[in-house]
Design a protein. Structure first.
Lengths: 255, 88
């Protein structure tokens, strides 16, 4: 369903709350948005960005929920402790970032949480922006069973050896052959990570392996062009991008 | 872009946060997405003591020019202080 195309007499509603779910021997905090309406909803794992499990991502989850998706957004920094989002993100940054394996595990368990929910139709997508876009792609490449993946301007998909770190030891592009979910990618042509040349390289790798994907590249936009709380926001590109996301999820998750 | 630029060092000192003064044990300097400065990126200076909690943190977001200026003035102040010590 496109943005602002609901009927004024629709039964529309969501519930939203912070809950916990089991992952890796811990209980991970997650923001869960549940659409009302009495039908089994497609599930979406929402992967937050490097600045943390923040209010933008709560609103991101609510938007997806109002469009009919059962959404779980795990706090991937949960093990760093609890405080304001920027304090927790600062601690994660000081530790060199969250480990890719930890993210993949928490997202895989979040997908299982969706499958186990009686309100889910069993089809699962995963989406994230910035580092969350990279992590969404990485998770869908390493864990089978996702029906759609959306990478919003994820940097670090292509990583020269000198950019590999203990927390990010393998470039996600190395897993391209293993990706078994259709991929949607949205990118700004003014972005410096990923650069247009890196998006080209990623596209060539996907084509080489015969993967199903669609990339959309926007002039006049850089990184984070959905972020209405920052100067990176680009209204026209963001609204078109949201339409691409809704159409992609409708095609792959609502069948 | 996410730069993932961040370096840390142990430090010894005190900092003042919303709850008052507390001992500082670590400094982390990054250049990545800004939280509050209204720019896409900023130099992120965090002076922390995570033994006291995630919020035991004094945070600064600076532009690169300010960072250069800060480094220069820090260097000048340290050299002046060390000269005083030698003269004493």
């Amino acid at each position: 369903m496109s943005w602002n195309s609901f009927k004024t007499d629709d039964h529309l509603g969501i519930s939203a709350e912070i809950t916990t779910y089991p992952s890796g021997g811990d209980r991970i905090h997650a923001y869960v948005v549940r659409p009302h309406g009495g039908v089994r909803a497609p599930g979406v794992v929402l992967v937050h960005h490097m600045p943390g499990w923040d209010e933008f991502y709560q609103e991101f989850a609510e938007r997806l929920g109002r469009h009919g998706y059962l959404v779980i957004c795990p706090d991937l920094y949960c093990r760093f402790g609890h405080g304001t989002p920027d304090d927790v993100a600062a601690k994660a940054r000081s530790a060199g970032g969250v480990h890719d394996d930890s993210v993949v595990s928490d997202c895989a368990q979040a997908a299982q949480w969706l499958r186990d929910d009686t309100g889910c139709n069993g089809r699962i997508g995963i989406i994230g922006s910035c580092s969350g876009g990279r992590h969404a792609l990485l998770t869908a490449s390493r864990v089978h069973g996702f029906d759609a993946v959306v990478d919003l301007w994820g940097g670090g998909v292509i990583m020269p050896d000198d950019q590999l770190t203990p927390a990010r030891p393998v470039a996600p592009i190395e897993y391209t052959a293993d990706l078994d979910a259709p991929l949607l990618g949205l990118f700004g042509n003014d972005d410096q990570s990923p650069t247009p040349a890196q998006v080209d390289e990623h596209q060539a790798e996907l084509e080489k392996h015969g993967k199903a994907f669609r990339f959309h590249r926007y002039d006049g936009a850089g990184h984070g062009f959905f972020y209405y709380h920052t100067p990176m926001y680009r209204q026209a590109q963001a609204m078109d991008g949201w339409e691409k996301v809704f159409a992609f999820f409708e095609e792959h998750l609502e069948r | 872009m996410c730069t993932m630029i961040a370096v840390s060092a142990p430090v010894k000192g005190t900092g003042k946060g919303p709850g008052g003064w507390f001992p500082i044990t670590q400094a982390t300097i990054g250049y990545d997405h800004a939280t509050h400065s209204g720019t896409e990126h900023a130099l992120l200076l965090d002076f922390t003591n995570y033994e006291l909690g995630v919020d035991a943190r004094v945070a600064l977001e600076l532009d690169l020019r300010s960072g250069r200026s800060l480094v220069s003035q820090l260097q000048s102040a340290i050299e002046a202080a060390e000269a005083l010590s030698r003269d004493a």
